[in-house]
Write a protein that binds this ligand. Structure first.
Ligand code: ZN
Length: 315
C-alpha cells in the first residue's frame, strides 16, 4: 500500500451561536480563522474554519452553527475529544491564559503525556497535549500566543465506542494503523507515518448512550489522503470491508467521501489538494465570506439568511 492514510485532516463539530465560537478559537486558543463559508449541503448555515497560518491539512477544526437547535448529548459512535499538540513546557502558560479568560481547564496525564482538558463555549472537549514531536505546520502568531506555546495542529482524536473490537479491528486491518499503547479503557493507534497528528484513541464507553447529533457534538473526523487517486484506492478498500461509502463530494478545498466505521463514528477521507488557498491568498484567508461557484449566484439570498458575526481583529 503506497498511499497511506496520513493523519487527521480536519474535525467538524456542530455548535449553537457562531460568535462565542469565533471568539474562543481565535481569542482564547489563538488559532487563525482560515475560512468563512457555508455548509454546502445547507447553505443557510455557516461553515467556520480555524487552523494555522496557511490552512495546512491537519490543523483545521470546523464548525456548523445551529443557533436555534437544542444542545445534543454526546455519546458512543462519536468523537468525544479533540486534542491539539503544543510544545513541551507550555501547559503553565495555557493554564494562565485560559484562566484570565475565565475558561476552566484541568491538568491531566494520558499515556505519559501532560495535557490540559478544556470545555469550549458549546461544551465540546478540547485537549492541549505537550509533545516534543510537533507536527510540521505554521502556527498562527498573530493570535496573541507566542510560538513556544502555540498550537501546532492536531495531536489526536478520541472516539467513544460501545466496545473496542469492531473499531480496533477496522483501524488495524482496513486503515493499516498500528496499535501503539493502551491505558485503562483507552487504546491508541497511529497512522503509517505516526506521531501527533496521526494518533487516534479508542475509548470503550458502554456507560454512555448513543451520541445525538446537534450543538455540542462532533459530527465527523476527516482523515488525510494525498489526492484523488489515493482517495479512490481507499474508497474501494473501505467498500470491500463492507462499509457503505458516499460518492466523492467536491468541497472546493478538498474532495471528500464519508462512511461510518463499525463503532458508528462518521469518518471522512479528504484530499490534501487543492487546499484552502484555492479561492483566497494566504494573507486573505478567512477574511470574507467565500462561496463555492455553484452557490455564487445565490450570494445575496444566502447572506440575508446568515446571522451577522464579527470577524476576529488581527493583533
Ligand atoms: Zn469534513
Amino acid at each position: 500500500m503506497n498511499t497511506p492514510v496520513l493523519g487527521i485532516h480536519h474535525v467538524t463539530a456542530i455548535i449553537g451561536q457562531p460568535q462565542p465560537n469565533i471568539d474562543f478559537y481565535t481569542g482564547a486558543l489563538g488559532l487563525r480563522m482560515i475560512k468563512l463559508t457555508v455548509n454546502y449541503d445547507d447553505p443557510e448555515t455557516y461553515h467556520l474554519y480555524f487552523g494555522d497560518t496557511a490552512g495546512t491539512p491537519g490543523t483545521a477544526i470546523t464548525f456548523f452553527p445551529w443557533p436555534y437547535a437544542q444542545r445534543a448529548q454526546p455519546g458512543v459512535g462519536q468523537v468525544l475529544s479533540t486534542a491539539y499538540a503544543v510544545p513541551n513546557g507550555s501547559i503553565e502558560y495555557w493554564l494562565k491564559r485560559l484562566s484570565k479568560r475565565s475558561v476552566s481547564s484541568q491538568r491531566a496525564e494520558r499515556m505519559g503525556e501532560q495535557m490540559l482538558t478544556i470545555r469550549d463555549p458549546d461544551d465540546l472537549q478540547i485537549e492541549l497535549v505537550e509533545t516534543d514531536q510537533l507536527p510540521d505546520v505554521q502556527p498562527w502568531l498573530d493570535g496573541g500566543v507566542p510560538r513556544e506555546h502555540a498550537i501546532h495542529g492536531f495531536h489526536s482524536v478520541t472516539l467513544a465506542v460501545a466496545q473496542h473490537q469492531p473499531t480496533n479491528d477496522f483501524l488495524r486491518d482496513v486503515f493499516a494503523f498500528r496499535r501503539v499503547s493502551e491505558e485503562a479503557d483507552v487504546v491508541r493507534f497511529e497512522t503509517n507515518q505516526g506521531g501527533p497528528g496521526g494518533f487516534v484513541q479508542v475509548q470503550a464507553r458502554p456507560d454512555l448512550p448513543r451520541g445525538e447529533m446537534g450543538p455540542g457534538t462532533v459530527h465527523h473526523v476527516a482523515w488525510r489522503v494525498t489526492d484523488d487517486d489515493a482517495q479512490a484506492y481507499w474508497r474501494n478498500t473501505v467498500i470491500k470491508a463492507g462499509r457503505h461509502v458516499t460518492p466523492v463530494k467536491d468541497r472546493n478545498y478538498f474532495h471528500s467521501i464519508y462512511f461510518r466505521e463499525p463503532g458508528g463514528v462518521i469518518f471522512e477521507m479528504a484530499t490534501d489538494c487543492p487546499g484552502m488557498m484555492v479561492d483566497e491568498n494566504i494573507n486573505a484567508l478567512g477574511t470574507q465570506l467565500k462561496l463555492p461557484p455553484f452557490l455564487e449566484d445565490q450570494r445575496d439570498q444566502i447572506v440575508s439568511k446568515l446571522p451577522s458575526i464579527t470577524l476576529p481583529v488581527r493583533l
